[in-house]
Write a protein of this length. Structure first.
Length: 534
């Protein structure tokens, strides 16, 4: 594993391994646990890594071995009902209690010196926030990598099902803990059958042919689009950060499906006065742990050494480090988002984008969205390998995708912070979705996505709906000669389940109706321009 990447810190210790330890869960179920530790005399702190994805690849080498080599006991545990652990896996409901039970077990271990940290990505971040609801006194540091704290926001956006991510989670939760081979087979099967599954009418239950079995928790997730539904009660662990005092480092990527959750928790930690750091790289959810692993590991190790080994020598001087797209450089910042001036870009007839608002009150343009031929999704923040920046040429050639493009830039434009769109929309049916995206068009005409957002609207043709759409955050440099493009469409399928246009649930609808969507002049793309270049 060490040979896979260049730039990893030198190994400090040989490692030993004690597999298959049994730790009692809160209900007494056996939690199967592996213990990695330095083969040396000494007093070493402990890292707790709890996972529903098994304890083999990549967790054993990337977390067990590499961190133990650096002078940590690493306790790698399979969550209840996964990876050989007893009990039944119940998405997110047992993690707080089982985390506390594991810490109680640690206190009885002769090698545990009372200093504890946590580290891990995705759902392994969720279990950290669960422990932080009532942080044990031994917990001295956390590192949440491409992490989750709000399951609802993983599965739904403004009431719309994040269909592709939901299916990816289903494969991961059902197969990854069984080992690499079953997981890869299931992933390939989903890829082969994705189109049939995502275009089925009704959508409910169609996933079985791709995932291999019924998953009751997945059915329930798909059929509860309302965040206020009792099903989602206590699922979000946002409040963990609101009162936390445990130093916490957050790591994400601009195209991570959970990036917004990292930004939200960073803001809560800062408001709570908690010591925190943020690293944002040019990564997707998966590439952060692959191509980005040298940076992710080094950042994580420096934070854990500082707070568990009392060695702050590896910490950077600022709270935030971000990768600037378009320049391919890293920049240190005091906070996120930095101070920025909001600049508005307006759509005008002919597909132009200008900084001068139109005096004409007439609609800018309209387009027809047909759920029977849904506008496809392309790249962006997904859990799959298709995530990230892509050439949008084929997408933008469609009749159901609007593009508004600014003139070639005579000066560079740099944006740092949250992007949003102010939309004035009317429809002829009253039911529609709107997907909006920021792209960078280079001197060859190649249009590459930077960030995007989604909203579900209910409106009429006579009364336009006024809505602001968050389009996530970014750090991007548009060079001289490039153009800023604003892309608008009626969906992004199968990233989001298509809106049937009838007012019915997309999960249960068996009929679809096309909709005409009209964009009005008081719409605008709002960019956070860096004061340095504004």
């Amino acid at each position: 594993m060490r040979a896979t990447w260049r730039g990893l810190p030198a190994k400090q210790h040989e490692v030993r391994w004690a597999p298959g330890l049994v730790v009692p869960a809160a209900d007494g179920s056996p939690l199967i646990t592996d213990h990695y530790f330095p083969r040396a005399q000494g007093d070493f702190p402990t890292l707790l890594v709890r996972s529903p994805y098994g304890r083999g690849l990549p967790w054993s080498p990337q977390y067990g071995m590499l961190f133990a080599e650096q002078g940590f006991h690493v306790v790698l545990q399979s969550c209840r009902g996964t990876g050989g652990s007893g009990g039944v896996f119940d998405l997110w409901r047992n993690e707080a209690a089982d985390g506390q039970a594991t810490v109680s077990w640690l206190r009885d271990q002769p090698w545990f010196n009372g200093t504890l940290g946590t580290v891990g990505p995705s759902y392994l971040g969720y279990v950290q926030w669960a422990l932080a609801l009532a942080p044990p006194p031994e917990l001295k540091a956390m590192v949440v990598q491409v992490g989750l704290h709000d399951p609802y926001a993983l599965f739904h956006a403004d009431g719309a099902l994040r269909l592709e991510n939901t299916l990816a989670v289903g494969v991961g939760m059902n197969y990854q803990h069984q080992g690499i081979a079953p997981f890869l087979r299931a992933t390939l099967r989903l890829q082969r059958r994705l189109r049939n599954v995502t275009t089925a009418q009704p959508l409910r239950g169609a996933y079985v042919s791709a995932l291999g079995s019924e998953l009751p928790w997945l059915d329930t997730v798909m059929t509860h689009p309302d965040p206020e539904d009792a099903y989602w009660r206590d699922a979000s662990l946002a409040e963990s950060a609101q009162r936390l005092r445990v130093p916490t480092a957050l790591i994400t990527g601009w195209h991570d499906a959970l990036a917004d959750q990292s930004f939200e928790q960073y803001e809560r930690l800062r408001q709570a006065g908690c010591e925190t750091a943020l690293l944002v790289g040019p990564w997707t959810h998966t590439s952060a742990l692959q191509q980005g692993w040298p940076e992710v590991f080094s950042e994580s190790l420096a934070w854990l050494r500082a707070h568990l080994h009392a060695d702050p020598s590896g910490l950077r001087p600022t709270a935030v480090r971000v990768h600037i797209g378009g320049e391919n450089i890293w920049r240190d910042l005091d906070d996120w988002p930095p101070a920025a001036a909001a600049t508005s870009w307006y759509p005008v007839l002919g597909g132009h984008l200008t900084q001068q608002p139109s005096a004409d009150s007439a609609p800018v343009t309209s387009f027809r969205y047909d759920p029977a031929d849904p506008t496809p999704s392309l790249g962006g923040p997904l859990l799959s390998r298709t995530a990230g920046p892509r050439n949008n040429a084929t997408l933008e050639a469609r009749d159901d995708v609007l593009t508004f493009t600014g003139p070639p830039l005579t000066e560079p434009v740099e944006i740092l912070g949250p992007v949003s769109a102010r939309l004035s929309i009317s429809t002829d049916t009253g039911h529609a979705d709107v997907f909006t995206r920021l792209c960078d068009v280079d001197t060859r005409g190649r249009s590459v996505n930077i960030c995007d957002g989604f909203v579900r609207i209910r409106t009429t043709e006579k009364e336009p709906s006024q809505v602001t759409v968050p389009m996530s955050s970014t750090a991007h440099h548009f060079p001289i000669g490039h153009r800023i493009r604003w892309q608008i469409s009626g969906g992004a399928h199968p990233r989001y389940a298509r809106n049937p246009g009838t007012g019915e649930s997309p999960v249960d609808a068996i009929n679809v109706t096309p909709v005409r969507i009209t964009l009005h002049t008081n719409s605008a793309l709002i960019l956070p321009s860096s004061p340095e270049l504004a």
